[in-house]
Design a protein around this ligand. Structure first.
Ligand SMILES: Nc1ncnc2c1ncn2[C@@H]1O[C@H](COP(=O)(O)OP(=O)(O)OP(=O)(O)O)[C@@H](O)[C@H]1O
Ligand SMILES: [Mg+2]
Length: 233
């Protein structure tokens, strides 16, 4: 077993609409080690995004414990959580979430800007990340001038540019046709081969099949957690 990045024990999370409690996560236990490539799968409304938001320090649990890279998240301030999000976690979303008025290069530079990395280094690291996803010829384009697959490549470049401890992707192929989705998954495969740790949330069986570990969530509970021999080509 490698170094543990994520360790969650007995975690619960509910939403409230007025006084009505909507349990979203119940007694979640999961650990993720360095260089794992895993999928959390489950039907719509099962709690996948809620869990990803908590893992990504975008939201907090109601109870239970969550260690990220050795830090007990419940004890961290909002500022410390923001630092972890900015420096140690790379996010990829279904809807890309690129900033429309910034060029692709500037979009990828943004996380480095927030980390206080100087301009020259920012630009060099961002060009490297864009080259890794095959977008070195689209630096000055705006997001609107890219195809869906290219937008997702740019979002992946933005996620890897800080060299994060883990990449969290919520339905990264959900807005793409199957061929383009396959290309995006190949990029994740490559990042994993290079030593990256990747967690993909999806309801798509095809995505789930290619990774080393599948965690299934149903009505807010983990109902199976299966590790396989490596199947990635
Ligand atoms: N902000 C919210 N307020 C109230 N209930 C919420 C909120 N967000 C999610 N829920 C509820 O919590 C449960 C889990 O939602 P979640 O978004 O985590 O599901 P999901 O597995 O990501 O679904 P999908 O595959 O459709 O994205 C659902 O019953 C949902 O209706
Ligand atoms: Mg979701």
């Amino acid at each position: 077993m490698g170094e543990t990045i994520i360790e969650i024990k007995n975690l619960f999370k509910s939403y409230y609409i007025g006084h009505v409690e909507i349990p979203a996560l119940k007694k979640i236990n999961i650990a993720v080690t360095k260089n794992q490539y895993l999928v959390i799968k489950g039907q719509s409304g099962s709690g996948k995004s809620t869990l990803m938001h908590i893992i990504g320090c975008l939201d907090r649990s109601d109870s239970g414990s969550y260690y990220f890279d050795g830090h007990l998240v419940e004890e961290l301030s909002d500022l410390e959580l923001a630092e972890i999000r900015g420096g140690k976690i790379g996010f990829v979303f279904q809807s890309f979430n690129l900033i429309p008025r910034l060029s692709i290069l500037k979009n990828v530079e943004l996380p480095l800007f927030y980390l206080g990395i100087p301009g020259g280094e920012r630009s060099a690291l961002s060009r490297d990340a864009l080259t890794r996803v095959g977008l070195e010829h689209r630096l000055t384009h705006s997001p609107a001038e890219l195809s869906g697959g290219e937008k997702q490549r740019a979002a992946i470049a933005r996620a890897i540019v800080t060299n994060p401890s883990i990449i969290l992707a919520d339905e990264p192929t959900g807005n793409l046709d199957s061929k383009t989705g396959e290309d995006i998954l190949k990029i994740f495969d490559g990042i994993h081969r290079d030593g990256g740790t990747i967690l993909i949330v999806t309801h798509n069986e095809k995505v789930a099949e290619r990774v080393g570990r599948i965690v299934t969530i149903l009505d807010g509970e983990i109902v199976s957690d299966i590790e396989m021999a490596r199947t990635t080509p």
